[in-house]
Design a protein around this ligand. Structure first.
Ligand code: DGJ
Length: 748
């Protein structure tokens, strides 16, 4: 230490102080402070029929948020809300509850926005410059303009308030209004400061065949990040959605305040929960991992939508809000009923010819199903014939050795039998063993000079490249030309991004973001030409379950795991955020191909009927009694499926309790269907009461158990009031593991 002081003193003699005080390359006037105009403090209320998001503009022009939740009568009362002493004692209200905080200025925590300017500066401070409000078809849109007076960067925060659904969708638009390009290092769609004493975070994790496990976690004073960096199949491990229960340590379906959020993005995402001394800051957006986004002068970056809701009545209401919005806006074709189907995959895999398919179609028609879907294996020729998963992806011509009769022959047979027809594609992928890989190595996602790893023997095509976008669009378009009787496309995607890089991109940092934008561009083109085609988003099962792709797809394949016990978990988790109408849910053969477990056919059917019912087996493997039972279940499903697709979901018991129960109620509360599944064995002498939910207390419902020789409830086939059923009168009894029941309720 002493030596340092000596050296420093010597330096003072050698170099006059004045010449040392101005750092190199900096002009002397660099500390002239740019004036920020003061504004009139105000509250901007973004509200629906039951939810309010209040944004305060303070007198310095900083946008803050002190309330998201129950509607209060006079929002202006929040205008002078104060947080007393600010953190670190920073003046001008410091960083209290900033609505879209940026790196720099008074803010030190996880930001919504981090910009690096051409001169190396990392500071951005956004100030309110104005806002507009407009209304159309029950949606009020508020756009708040913010500006950094030094860099001239502009940010627009856009909020769509869905009045009846109680959902608020928000995103940001970041404009580089300066003269030099800037780098976006963080660029969240949305940010929300929440103030409570306890925060219980519910989020989703999983893997292939094990998707959407629900995890509840009490947040400490720390930063919790939920993210993915796998680029595509992005929801395989985590889902870009969550629920947050406030002031409680217990997740409740019916009680307490819950905030739910879901990001509409099908690629790398990041949800950050940053708990500090006075609040929890939630930021949600594209994951900037390897994706610093350079914004040229004049360019605007539009972030994806973040969908928010709030419930004062537990998680159940939060889900119902999201589902109601999804049916209206979030899901393509939401609100319509998708057909029941037989899918060829588990029944035939790659081993089929026209006779196999015709046989399956005939059986599907006999059982009362409404569509047949030809899965993988119909394309590729010669050495690249798709007879297993090792070759053929990319070569989307009909496999003439396997199906010389052509697709139209199969599709026409389906139509003749009264069925719709669907077909599988996986257009973003290529097997190294394919003509496409030979002809277009430059289209493959890869890092120059490095090995391109395969996953399921396949590589990923670089959808950030417009030529690949045209190709992928062309695969869909050409497949549709194979027959004019194609009603449904199953779009698969079976690997994640590795060795990422693009031959086409000049700036590799754009790859991850532009891949997803490219995917959406293709889907937009497809929807322009094929508005009526039903499209399923499949990605090794449920690896692409998000509201980004759902704007273009009618449904998802919730998991490759068709075991009904596993499905109780997967579909329960999915239902927290996404509606039942999107969940492709199939009855398969036992022992189950994924888990090797055996469950009764009734249990498998009852579970599949909680979503969009399908079958995924060779019908010839069912005996006559099983076939008759299948007919009966399919018929019964058609009687109540409008409730599954468009009713309100009430979750009654979560699978972690060894039982699983849920019900769907019609909007007018006159009809309902209740599902109950026994997942674990417990003493026969336990008599549990199931409190139904969502019924009208004063209505009398005729209760009718479906698909059962003997009812599990003493009160079956009689009429009961809603309040009796909801308050302790309903106690069906189960003896065995994998017993299940479906009750249909109709008001008299
Ligand atoms: C994975 C999907 O999830 C399955 O349903 C099936 O379509 C296979 N791919 C086909 O390769």
């Amino acid at each position: 230490m002493k030596r340092f002081i000596l050296l420093f003193t010597a330096a003072l003699f050698l170099f006059p102080v004045a010449s040392q005080s101005a750092p190199k390359n900096k002009k002397k006037d660099s500390h002239v402070v740019v004036a920020v105009p003061e504004v009139e403090a105000k509250v901007i209320a973004i509200e629906t029929e039951g939810v309010q998001w209040l944004l305060n503009v303070d007198k310095f022009g900083v946008l803050r948020c002190y309330h998201f939740g129950k509607k209060i009568s006079d929002p202006a009362q929040f205008r002078d809300f104060t947080c007393y002493r600010t953190r670190h004692g920073i003046e001008k209200y410091g960083d209290a509850a900033m609505a879209y905080p940026t790196v720099g200025g008074r803010y030190n925590n996880e930001p919504a926005l981090h910009v690096k300017y051409a001169n190396g500066d990392h500071n951005t401070e956004l100030y309110y410059t104005g806002h507009t409000v407009s209304e159309k078809d029950g949606v009020v849109t508020t756009e708040i303009s913010l500006k950094d007076y030094v860099s001239l960067l502009e940010v627009s925060l856009v909020f769509e308030a869905w009045q009846k659904e109680n959902v608020i969708i928000s995103h940001s638009e970041i404009k580089n209004a300066g003269k030099k390009s800037v780098e976006l290092l963080e660029y969240a769609s949305s940010f929300m400061p929440v103030r409570a004493e306890k925060y219980l975070l519910t989020h989703f994790w999983g893997h292939w065949g094990y998707e959407m496990n629900v995890e509840h976690e009490l947040l400490g004073h720390d930063r919790k990040v939920i993210e993915t960096r796998i680029g595509v199949s992005a929801t395989k491990l985590n889902n870009p959605s969550f629920m947050l229960s406030l002031d409680t340590e217990e997740f409740s379906e019916r009680n307490g305040e819950v905030i739910a959020g879901a990001l509409a993005w099908s690629g790398n995402f990041k949800l950050c929960f940053d708990r500090n001394i006075n609040c929890l800051n939630i930021s949600a957006g594209i994951n900037p991992f390897a994706s610093a986004y350079k914004l040229a002068a004049g360019e605007t970056f539009v972030t994806p939508d973040m969908i928010w809701t709030w419930s004062g009545n537990g998680a159940g209401q939060a889900s119902r809000n999201l589902h109601a919005w999804a049916r209206k806006d979030g899901v393509y074709g939401g609100g319509s009923v998708n057909p029941t189907l037989l899918n060829s995959w588990e029944g035939a895999y790659f081993n089929f010819n026209a006779a196999t398919l015709i046989g399956m179609i005939d059986d599907a028609a006999d059982m009362g199903l409404e569509m047949f879907v030809l899965d993988d294996g119909w394309f590729g020729n010669g050495e690249y014939a798709r007879n297993d998963d090792k070759a053929g992806l990319g070569d989307w011509e009909l496999n003439t050795a396997k199906l010389p009769e052509g697709i139209d022959y199969i599709a026409s047979h389906a139509h003749d039998k009264g069925l719709k027809f669907g077909i599988w594609i996986e257009p973003e992928m290529v097997n190294p063993k394919s003509n496409l890989a030979n002809n277009h190595p430059d289209w493959v996602v890869r890092s120059a000079g490095r090995e391109i790893y395969t996953g399921r023997n396949q590589w990923l095509l670089d959808l950030s490249n417009p030529a690949v976008q045209d190709f992928v669009y062309g695969v869909f378009d050409r497949t549709m030309q194979l027959s004019d009787k194609i009603d449904y496309i199953k779009w698969d995607c079976n690997r994640v991004v590795n060795s990422f890089g693009s031959d086409w991109q000049a700036d590799q940092d754009r790859f991850f973001v532009e891949y997803v934008q490219g995917y959406y561009k293709v889907l937009r083109r497809i929807r322009e030409k094929y508005p009526k085609t039903i499209i399923q988003c499949c990605s090794s099962g449920g690896s692409r379950v998000d509201y980004g792709q759902l704007a273009f797809h009618n449904e998802v394949w919730a998991s490759d795991n068709t075991d009904a016990v596993s499905r109780s978990n997967i579909q329960y988790g999915t239902s927290l955020i996404y509606p039942a109408s999107i969940m492709g849910s199939h009855v398969s053969i036992v022992p189950n191909h994924q888990t090797k477990s055996t469950t009764p056919l009734k249990f498998r059917f009852d579970m599949a009927c909680t979503g969009r019912l399908g079958m995924e087996l060779q019908p010839k493997d069912l005996n006559a009694e099983e076939r008759a039972f299948a007919d009966q279940c399919i018929k019964a499903y058609k009687q109540y499926r409008d409730l599954v697709f468009n009713g309100d979901l009430y979750r009654l018991v979560a699978p972690e309790e060894g039982r699983y129960s849920l019900m769907y109620v019609s909007p007018d509360k006159r009809r309902a269907v209740v599902f109950i599944f026994k997942l674990d064995y417990e003493s026969r002498e336990i008599h549990r009461t199931l409190k139904l939910d969502g019924l009208a207390p004063g209505l009398r419902y005729k209760v009718n158990e479906l698909n059962a020789k003997k009812s599990s409830w003493w009160g079956n086939d009689d009429s009961w009031t809603g309040d009796f059923l909801m308050n302790g009168g309903f106690n069906p009894h189960f003896y065995h593991r994998y017993d299940s029941s479906v009750f249909y309720l109709e008001a008299e």
